[in-house]
Write a protein that binds this ligand. Structure first.
Ligand SMILES: *Cc1c(COP(=O)(O)O)cnc(C)c1O
Length: 404
């Protein structure tokens, strides 16, 4: 083996020794409550396709029609000649859905975070993150060159202390440039991806207003699931107007792929000019945008509401079936804490032998020594599927935590 590959082999061996090595598992079926892994059919409790839209005929047909009309690839970035009609339709649908002035779509939620945070913030600015925000936000904040501070998860007192520090500390930081003053940006998630709990949004909005900071809210796990019009947790809590930057993905409850930012016309016009992951990247396949538009439209119909109700019914059923009794379900994400990485992998394997797929989530997705199984429910699950997963968890003596 050449020296390059043998060095990488050593690094991989070190990951294996820590129980942190990951492998791709080819799935030979579409996304749904059952997936085919190798040649085994397993009950799937691992997907973020919360409403079962990923293989919905309306989304499939929209994607096929877009391929027929606009081809397979976009050919260039949006600012060159790639700004095809399906992206504009998607952005109009998004802005109308979220009731914002405008929207911009990206090729993924990850690139939406990267492009947006780096466009808005730079050296001389301060970014304040919840301890548990998604890797895309952490990476973006680091890349931006701004100073970073992290507040204890969902802790308003700590957030306030950091905002106060930022207000006082700002004069000591480098100037961001001749034409603007230093800014502070708070970034958090509405429903946290690995713990399934919710942020105290009202308190966060009050604090960011009091200390004159901006707020970016990542609704990746809430869009389509909360609020009277299913816009997200910000709608449910009535604080949408207090958020400068609303972010999300088109790849979870919406059932397609891509990321989005919703906000003011000025924000979107600025991002079109300054978000490097948007400017310097070929537009996504038109089929992805068309499928996302179909997903957003479907969400807003009676069928969308029915699917949301089905999802919450499954969550409630799961909750009621647990040995320790139940609290009020707050999300469709149910962490099952294990701790040591190897034990989490072994637990996932034991469940797989019982026909249930719930993957182990390990560092760096969660902290070291806090490995867990992450169970997600979908509107597409049947009552009997939930019964089956409860029985399997009982049989291998795993105890889910549900947030209340
Ligand atoms: C999945 C996820 C993202 C990234 O979105 P993609 O479209 O998958 O790139 C961002 N934030 C959170 C909280 C997520 O869970």
């Amino acid at each position: 083996m050449n020296p390059f590959d043998s060095e990488l082999q050593e690094r991989l061996a070190s990951l294996s020794a820590q129980g942190l090595r990951r492998q791709l598992r080819p799935v030979n079926s579409s996304q749904g409550p059952r997936i085919v892994l190798n040649s085994e059919t397993l009950l799937n409790f691992s997907s973020n396709d919360y409403l079962g839209l990923a293989s919905h005929p309306a989304l499939q047909e929209a994607a096929i029609a877009a391929v027929r009309e606009y081809g397979a690839g976009a050919g260039a970035s949006r600012l060159i000649c790639g700004s095809l009609k399906p992206y504009h339709e998607l952005e109009e649908t998004l802005a109308q859905f979220k009731a914002t002035e405008a929207a911009l779509s990206f090729s993924s939620g990850y690139s939406a975070a990267l492009g947006t945070i780096c466009a808005l913030m730079g050296s001389g600015d301060i970014i304040i993150l919840d301890k548990l925000v998604h890797a895309s936000v952490v990476d973006a904040a680091r890349l931006s060159g701004a100073r970073l501070r992290v507040f204890k998860h969902n802790n308003l007192e700590h957030l306030e202390a950091l905002l106060r520090w930022a207000r006082e500390g700002r004069p000591h930081t480098a100037e961001p440039g001749p034409n603007r003053r230093p800014r502070a940006l708070v970034v958090t998630e509405s429903v946290f991806s690995m713990d399934g709990d919710c942020a105290p949004l009202r308190g966060i909005v009050e604090l960011k207003s009091k200390y004159d900071a901006w707020l970016m809210l990542d609704e990746a796990h809430a869009t389509g699931l909360y609020g009277a019009r299913r816009r997200g947790l910000a709608e449910e809590q009535g604080i949408q107007a207090g958020i400068e930057i609303q972010m999300g993905t088109l790849g979870k409850a919406i059932g397609a792929a891509g990321g989005y930012i919703c906000g003011s016309r000025a924000l979107i016009d600025y991002l079109v000019n300054r978000a490097r992951s948007f400017v310097f990247s070929t537009a996504p396949v038109p089929a992805a945008a068309a499928a996302a538009t179909a997903g957003l439209r479907l969400l807003q119909t009676d069928e969308g509401e029915q699917r949301r109700r089905d999802l919450w019914r499954r969550v409630a059923q799961f909750q009621a079936g647990r040995a320790q009794g139940s609290g009020r379900p707050v999300s469709a994400i149910i962490p099952i804490p294990v701790g040591p990485e190897e034990q989490a992998v072994a637990a996932a394997e034991a469940l797989r032998r019982r026909g249930v797929f719930i993957p182990a989530v390990r560092y760096p997705t969660v902290a070291r020594g806090q490995a867990r199984l992450r169970l997600t429910l979908s509107a597409a699950h049947e009552q009997s599927d939930v019964g089956q997963v409860l029985a399997a968890l009982e049989a291998v003596q795993l105890h889910p935590v549900t947030q209340a």
